[in-house]
Write a protein that binds this ligand. Structure first.
Ligand SMILES: Nc1ncnc2c1ncn2[C@@H]1O[C@H](COP(=O)(O)OP(=O)(O)O)[C@@H](O)[C@H]1O
Ligand SMILES: [Mg+2]
Length: 244
């Protein structure tokens, strides 16, 4: 029997293992990860390149599955096991409940900011208006601009607006500032911070910039496929004060 979950748990992973390939060429991306993330929490995931951060995030987001172990996602008091779930179930989970932000924005350059967000809200059940999502990330004045007319930081904020406009339960960000300079990256982090605070979206951000950890409620450090450290920030700081 699994242990009872804390009431507000959103993700609970136990003994999560991910191995790519077999035999001599096997790569052990995750070697037994235990993890609990609670509703509304802002978690930063740190770790060297190759330590398993993206693999873990992709499993939590239903983009990939594990070799063994358990990863439960709890919504409306119902726990759903992601490991072993079918493609249809995972696709639905991703579409309805997960917002993703990656290092590269993957926007459609020939559409405006608002049209890019509308591509997602047109498919969602109870979305925000695209203009409201753009306002939340500080781009109200840019909604009619084509993506090709926006800076990298603005494009990433459009990507955040697109990710959150469907009001997902969780926002998963893999190196969202990886392609940006510090000043621009801070504006992107402020947008993520505001979404977490104002919408209560449970948020996980992967970064290799250690100072970004200061804005988290909790910092998890991965090394060689294991969580080696979990630290609660007694005083988390606003993204605006960070530098790296
Ligand atoms: N599709 C894949 N096939 C084989 N090995 C992979 C694949 N994806 C990731 N890996 C390996 O798994 C390990 C963890 O990768 P990853 O989760 O991307 O790490 P991080 O995001 O921390 O840089 C690395 O050794 C990486 O090379
Ligand atoms: Mg990665």
């Amino acid at each position: 029997m699994p242990k009872p979950l804390p009431a507000s748990s959103v993700f609970t992973a136990r003994a999560l293992v991910k191995t790519y390939g077999e035999g001599d060429t096997a790569v052990h991306a995750l070697r037994g990860v235990d993890l609990d993330i609670v509703r509304g929490e802002f978690v930063v995931l740190l770790g060297a390149s190759g330590s398993g951060k993206s693999t873990l995030l992709n499993i939590l987001g239903g983009l990939d599955t594990a070799t063994s172990g358990s990863a439960q996602w709890t919504h409306d008091g119902q726990a759903h096991e992601l490991i072993g779930a079918g493609d249809t179930e995972l696709t639905r989970y991703r579409r309805e409940h997960v917002g993703f932000v990656f290092q590269f924005y993957n926007l459609i350059p020939s559409l405006t900011a608002e049209e890019n967000v509308a591509l997602v809200t047109d498919l969602a059940d109870d979305p925000m208006a695209p203009a409201d999502a753009l306002a939340l990330v500080g781009l109200a004045a840019r909604k009619h601009h084509f993506v090709s007319q926006l800076s990298g930081g603005e494009q990433q904020r459009v990507a955040i607006a697109r990710a959150i406009a469907k009001r997902p339960a969780v926002l998963l960000c893999d190196e969202p500032t990886g392609a940006l300079d510090c000043a621009t990256g801070i504006m992107v982090l402020q947008a993520i911070e505001r979404v977490n605070r104002e919408l209560g979206t449970t948020t996980v951000v992967i970064t290799h910039n250690a100072p970004i950890a200061d804005m988290a409620d909790r910092v998890l450090r991965l090394a060689d496929g294991r969580i080696v450290d979990s630290l609660v920030n007694a005083h988390k700081v606003p993204a605006s004060t960070l530098s790296w």
